[in-house]
Ligand binder design. Sequence first.
Ligand code: TXA
Ligand code: MG
Length: 305
Amino acid sequence: MNAQHPAVRKFGTAAIEEAAQEIARGGIVAVPTETVYGLAADASDSRAVARIYEAKGRPSFNPLIVHVPDLAAAERIARFDDAARALATRWWPGPLTLVLPLRPDAGVAALVTAGLETIALRVPAHRAMRALLAATGKPLAAPSANASNHISPTRAEHVAASLGARVPLIIDDGACPAGLESTIVMEGRILRPGPITAEQLGLALATNEGKVVAPGQLATHYAPGKPVRLDATSAAADEWLIGFGAVAGDDMLSASGDPVEAAARLFDALHRADASDRARIAVAPVPEAGIGAAINDRLRRAAHR
Ligand code: TXA
Ligand code: MG
């Protein structure tokens, strides 16, 4: 293996087979989901899970999401009440994570939940993550495949730039369609806004003085390396302006003002802004409605220093 770069394999049978062997050996693999690229390991293997934390440089108190192929597999790991089962039936496979009471006999490494009695579970829709779940036959713990406190990756190149040789293998299946991390729901409240909106779920955000509450939802979680100014309608000379709708700039989230398109492009745009020759980043206002709530949640974190 090259010491500087991870192996990047185009999605396909051979790539999934190689990835499954890496997982079976207790290794870690970066794999796309419909939200962002995840850094996956066998959730039942504590040493494999430790490698995730090590590669990300992540504080070990921040629990991980576990990915399973279907509701039946999820019910073997956590206890569902009727409300949780209704949400799962309606939205899985898809970008919804449910935080539920962990079954004591679930066989999940304690490091996955950071010792909590609850566990975050989701059934992903993306073909690559689904193929890896099928090939390994294991529940896969997978946080976003970026170094801790960096912008989440929506392309294989973002993973390679952030983690480098700390990840041995990346499955490349292009850009993630949703582009924002999954919506997290616990006890009928939204802990993290995401691609499935509060309106679609008919649920309210769990807030604490206007801030979303989830362990590990650190204010700086999505910080680029440069200062970020929000609600900008024009840019200073040293600013890289990310446009939206009528506000044009150096980059554009959605010229037609489509928030779903903007969500899919957001992290890619932040990565480009970070790599630009400008010292600061400015971002045009994005309306709060629908998935705009999740976009603005990530932007506020990016702007918080
Ligand atoms: O879309 C996604 O959810 C992506 C893809 C890869 O699936 N994953 C992802 O994982 O965003 P990560 O680790 O970057 O974010 C997990 C979030 C953290 O904010 C963590 O605190 C929260 O889920 N979480 C995990 N377990 C929890 C629990 N038992 N209770 C409350 N929050 C939990
Ligand atoms: Mg993350």
